[in-house]
Design a protein around this ligand. Sequence first.
Ligand code: TXA
Ligand code: MG
Length: 355
Amino acid sequence: MRAEVAVVDGKNPDRGIIEKAGQILKNGGLVAFPTETVYGLGGNALDPEASIKIYAAKGRPSDNPLIVHIAEMGSLEKIAADIPEKARILAGKYWPGPLTMILPKAAIVPGETTGGLDSVAVRFPSDPVAQALIRAAGGFVAAPSANTSGRPSPTRAEHVEEDLGDAIDMILDGGPVGIGLESTIVDFTEKVPVVLRPGYISLEMLEETLGEVRMDRGLLITDENIRPKAPGMKYRHYAPAADLSVVEGPQEKVIAFINQRAKEAAEAGGRTGIIATDETAGRYEEGIVRSIGSREEEEGIARHLYEVLRNFDSDQVSEIYSEAFYTPKMGQAIMNRLLKAAGHKVIHIPEEEEK
Ligand code: TXA
Ligand code: MG
């Protein structure tokens, strides 16, 4: 069956449509919906069968737990067994918003939803459509990003349709999302809070509120033996179909290097994809060049990343080169996703010829 696509006003969604979508979730069905980060694929979080359906629709390994979405602060007490003071403070500051907290789970949350873990990931999104749907569904919606497992997360309803149109019941189209990268995940099951996935809420913002915060070692080190604690962070992910490499170094040298590679590929009959910026796009001579936005506007870079990666899939490029985007605030999150999409293939061009 093909999913029904319902266009809704992103700020003030139609009650009738929300009621219908909520009913689908209550009956054990699946509905994709916008959030401020990326589109989510929702199912009733307290219904083990619904969670099983989510894994099947995405083709996702079932050891990779889902985030439970809530739409009022009081709901947290019902699904988390033990809530440290610091978690309450952080929720007070950033909820509703692009923050997910890992806490010990309460008994009503089925193991199917948490990938068998004793902890549960909880998020209170700020998006009005998401909030309305969660309320209409009874208050607890399990939702991973609404992409086929391994593909870039969807930032528009069209991306969801492309990946999951045949696998789910309904898609709420609230237009393009605002942030474009998934929520920051903070783990509160250890003494010191740990960032398991960087996002719009940066390490610096967390430290300002919480004091000491660590980054998961699996995020910092590309050593295969150190596994990220969030099961989902260990997979190659967000990835376009073509082979992607990130080229970093002085801008002029990066442009020259990519031009050289694209020229060689063209001579061999291939086609290269290039991820550039507004400032550099005109400097590339071969291949399909896509600008991710201006270097002066990092939120735009974050918002466009997945769409740019996804669009290369329809161009039949054989390889993609991307500039690096170590921007001041969201650079950590942007580069985390880009490097994962590249399977950590980085070409580093030194400042000067090394002796
Ligand atoms: O912005 C977001 O968080 C989006 C929107 C839809 O809310 N959702 C999202 O879900 O990104 P998903 O399933 O694509 O990513 C959830 C991540 C995975 O890496 C998963 O392994 C991790 O959260 N996770 C979930 N529960 C966990 C737990 N109990 N312990 C550690 N990691 C957990
Ligand atoms: Mg995901």
